[in-house]
Design a binder for this molecule. Structure first.
Ligand code: TYD
Ligand code: MG
Length: 460
């Protein structure tokens, strides 16, 4: 008989407690601790049930030196979708577990169905659907005109049964849609609960590691964009990718938030069409919907949003104050910081705008709270003041200090890569953020002082 052990785990940070409590002492979140019924190892030996309580990978646990580990298994398989391959760091790695998150209707099922239908012609693939019926999936595949003859389908929500069938059919790619509806009989709580998700994912990833199967798990995302279910899920899997996009937009972005086999600064872009998801090869055109002509006072910068870079446009309007006190209005930016930066601009940049109204705005209702916007904001002000437009392919970021120095900001390289990915070819950045290697199709202009930056802008 298996013994059950009860633990209390915070769904936000994964901290473990022996008793329930209202607030998590680790991350200070309220009401996030929920009961987890883990199952300790059965006292009797053997069987596939016992396996999941052994070590995490490899069928035989024996000691070997690092250089004797067989690397041929780690070769990558192309998914057939360039954008997906790129986000995963260059293709699918055997025995890896990939979690695909996204809000309902983002297109997770569509993307995975399209991918595995094409993959199935090359390697055996099994698609387990727990949310939709087989008919629904078949109808969608038919409508999207996908090759369906090779793909193995299974409608099942029991993890034990899925593993049993996978052991018999030996697929090299296994898709489980979604992890929130899967359940294990040993765990008593309902599907979708912390313990079910955790145990089901653990069981499935262990199977993937032991057999070298590529495992795709579909996971739902909560309103604030984090993956539903415990954080512990993210420790278990190798890659976590997020499919995002507002429902009123045709475009979807795929971004890695964790990747054990590559970088996470890659962005894949898709368009949701009648024929399913299509890759967008040149995304720069859609994200910054700017007019044909460069307008004075407009600058594009890269902000760092949580774990990801994002390109935004900052606009400034500088105009002669009509009597009285000149106005300083900032929308999406900090008003005090604007006043401070204008003082720095006067003192160290020699630009006098005390008799001018200054309005600044971040396009699209984005709120920018980080200091990396300083340099872009000043460039926009100067551009508007001189009524001289900046080039369309220029991106700017950097912090401006009170003595007129340009300070580096975190994740500088990733920001430059993001801009390059979106088609920008010039970047005015703090010297400390200039990459050592040259980036293809990107001219980096490093600056250390505000006066240098203004001179550089004049010369463009
Ligand atoms: P789906 O893959 O079911 O989303 P998820 O599994 O992430 O919940 O995608 C559903 C949405 O995609 C739905 O709102 C309609 C849209 N869609 C299209 O616009 N075109 C298509 O060809 C398909 C299959 C879906
Ligand atoms: Mg779905």
């Amino acid at each position: 008989m298996a013994k059950t052990r009860t633990a209390y785990v915070c769904t936000e940070c994964g901290a473990d407690y022996s008793k329930w409590q209202g607030q998590c002492t680790a991350c200070q979140a309220w009401n996030t601790i929920s009961e987890v019924r883990g199952v300790t190892a059965p006292s009797g030996g053997g069987g596939s049930r016992g396996i999941r309580f052994e070590g995490f990978a490899g069928s035989l646990s024996s000691v070997q030196t690092l250089d004797s580990v067989n690397l041929s298994e780690q070769s990558r398989i192309s998914s057939g979708m360039q954008e997906l391959d790129r986000v995963l760091g260059g293709g699918l790695v055997e025995g890896s577990a990939i979690l695909m998150g996204g809000h309902p209707g983002a297109g997770k099922s569509t993307l995975l169905l399209q991918t595995v239908c094409h993959l199935a012609s090359r390697i055996p693939a099994l698609y387990v659907t727990g949310e939709e019926s087989l008919q629904q999936v078949a109808m969608r595949a038919k409508r999207l005109e996908l090759p369906t003859s090779k793909l193995m389908m299974l409608s099942e929500t029991s993890v034990e049964r899925v593993i049993q069938i996978a052991e018999a059919e030996k697929p090299r790619v296994l898709v489980v849609d979604s992890i929130q509806v899967m359940h294990i009989s040993d765990v008593e709580s309902a599907p979708g609960s912390v313990s079910q998700v955790r145990e089901s994912a653990a069981y499935l990833t262990r199977f993937a590691k032991q057999t070298g199967t590529i495992l795709f798990l579909v996971g739902h995302v909560t309103k604030d964009g984090s993956l539903a279910g415990p954080k512990v899920l993210e420790h278990m899997i190798d890659c976590s990718i997020l499919l995002e996009g507002s429902s009123d937009s045709r475009y979807r972005t795929l971004r890695g938030t964790k990747n054990r086999f590559g970088a996470v600064n890659e962005l894949g872009v898709f368009a949701m069409l009648e024929q399913g998801l299509k890759e967008v090869k040149n995304p720069s055109a859609i994200f910054l919907n700017r007019g044909e002509d460069a307008a004075p006072g407009s600058v594009v910068m890269v902000i760092w949003e949580g774990t990801r870079p994002m390109l935004v446009e900052i606009q400034a309007l500088v105009d002669v104050a009509q009597g009285g006190y000149p106005r300083r209005v900032a929308v999406g930016l900090d008003q005090n910081r604007l006043a401070m930066l204008l003082a720095v601009l006067h003192r160290h940049g020699g630009l006098h705008c005390a008799d001018q109204d200054v309005f600044v705005n971040v396009v699209g209702g984005v709120k920018v709270s980080e200091t990396s916007a300083d340099l872009a904001l000043l460039a926009a002000v100067v551009s508007s003041f001189r009524d001289r437009a900046l080039p369309q392919d220029l991106v700017i970021f950097g912090e401006v200090g009170l003595s007129g120095e340009i300070r580096p900001v975190p994740s500088g390289q990733e920001r430059i890569y993001e801009a390059a990915k979106h088609g920008f070819t010039r970047a005015l950045v703090p010297k400390g953020n200039a990459p050592r290697k040259t980036i293809e199709n990107m001219k980096v202009i490093p600056v250390t002082k505000l006066s240098d930056a203004l001179t550089a802008l004049e010369e463009l």
